[in-house]
Design a protein around this ligand. Structure first.
Ligand code: PEP
Ligand code: MN
Length: 415
């Protein structure tokens, strides 16, 4: 290399270093504004995440990138990471301010359930008057004053709150009397797979896109999900087709990462009584869908929901997914009677997952209709662009073309 080539290389590298320095300084400036924003949100009782604002921000950066001659996908991927970091930082900031004020019960960072913007009951009143206890995996929650002590659950019971709770996820209302449709693949497998699924779910009028990223598999040798990479793909698919996303969280240590990208946290059947996990999602912001354990009674299910609410998160809905019985004709037995029974005992919405219950795709549509006829607040079904090739639960997954027929059974869910 000649001396003049070497010096132009050096010069270009110096310029790159200077630009990197400016980018770092701008990111630090942005972080300082995020801290201010976090405090304003806390003072005005706002949630950390605002999916509409995030979608708007990504839209702006894509437009700006295009105008500046940069690939919009690159800008979106970079700002996904930046947004993710902002959310984590705001959560840490709230957590540390709640530790500082732990001795002042009325000024705890976590607002009482009755002031949570999402905790509005069907008749428009606040869903729970009880201040939640601070989250701690080792501490018992404090029961409300007015409750009998002969039952494991109080806050979620009808006696305690006669009005139905409506859980809001963006524009989607769960439990407002109009059933919702949750659909998507068992697992997020690839970008193409989840984007095609999201497009079909949105086109069918689905309200939430599902896709497992951390998979609870019976065999340790089976596909375990794509983890954090899957979360990023799922979030991208949700944003692109303007549909909120739900995914399972398996471990307390994963709650922050899942809560940063998902609109709803799913607790799976196998974890219904994983109490540290219930406490951890109780301390998180997003709504939670709690599946019934395959060996759990309805009261055990409601007591598990009580854990989440008692630890600070009032935005819980239940999901019946079938229980173990003597029969082997179906994968589990769909206990549809739990829908009216649970709705009588709790004010929380109840949805039904016929896919995991019956395990065979051709039985899913009649069971969807049965769930709607039983007044379930919604249904969750598995669907895949190519069910034969699915890495998990292919036999019970509907082809995407079947979703359109189901969509007609569901209202628009907004409210
Ligand atoms: C799922 O919905 O992906 C799932 C694993 O279901 P369940 O926990 O009901 O088995
Ligand atoms: Mn599945």
């Amino acid at each position: 290399m000649s001396t003049s080539t070497l010096s132009s290389l050096q010069e270009a590298r110096t310029r790159i270093d200077e630009i990197n320095q400016r980018v770092i300084e701008l990111l630090a400036e942005r972080q300082a504004v995020v801290d201010e924003l976090c405090d304003v949100k806390a003072d005005t009782g706002r949630a950390i995440r605002d999916p509409d604002r995030e979608a708007e921000l990504i839209g702006h950066v894509r437009d700006a990138a295009e105008e500046a001659g940069l690939p919009p996908d690159l800008a979106e991927a970079l700002f996904d990471e930046i947004l993710e970091h902002s959310v984590q930082r705001q959560r840490q900031r709230r957590d540390s301010s709640s530790e500082e004020s732990a001795d002042e019960p009325s000024t705890e960072a976590r607002r009482p359930a009755s002031t949570q913007p999402d905790a509005v009951s069907r008749n428009g009143t606040a869903s729970s008057p009880d201040p939640p206890t601070p989250a701690s995996t080792a501490e018992a929650a404090t029961p409300p004053d007015d409750v009998p002590t002969d039952r494991a659950y109080h806050r979620v019971s009808r006696d305690h709150q006669p009005e139905d709770t409506v859980v809001h996820v963006g524009d989607v209302a769960i439990g407002d009397g109009s059933p919702i449709l949750i659909a998507g693949p068992c697992s997020v497998e690839s970008r193409d797979q989840i984007l095609r699924s999201a497009e079909a779910v949105a086109a069918a009028g689905g309200h939430l896109l599902r896709g497992g990223c951390f998979k609870p598999r019976t065999s340790p040798y089976s596909f375990q999900g794509r983890g954090e990479e899957g979360l990023t793909l799922l979030a991208e698919a949700g944003r692109r087709f303007d549909i909120p996303v739900i995914t399972e969280v398996l471990a307390p240590g994963d709650v922050a990462a899942v809560a940063a990208r998902a609109d709803v946290l799913q607790i799976g059947a196998r974890n219904m009584q994983n109490f540290p996990l219930l406490k951890a999602v109780g301390a998180a912001d997003p709504p939670v869908m709690l599946k019934r354990g395959m060996m759990a009674s309805i009261d055990e299910w409601l007591a598990a929901a009580e854990y989440i609410v008692a630890h600070g998160n009032p935005n819980v809905f239940l999901c019946e997914r079938g229980i173990q019985t003597f029969t082997s004709a179906t994968r589990y037995t769909l206990d549809l009677s739990s829908v009216p029974v649970a709705q009588e005992r709790t004010h929380l919405p109840v949805v039904v997952d016929p896919s995991h219950a019956c395990g065979t795709r051709r039985w899913v549509p009649p069971l969807v209709r049965a769930a709607v006829a039983a007044d379930a607040d919604g249904v969750m079904v598995e669907a895949h662009p190519c069910p034969e090739d699915a890495l998990s639960d292919g036999p019970q997954s509907l082809p995407l073309s079947a979703l359109g027929h189901l969509g007609d059974l569901f209202g628009n869910g907004s409210g």
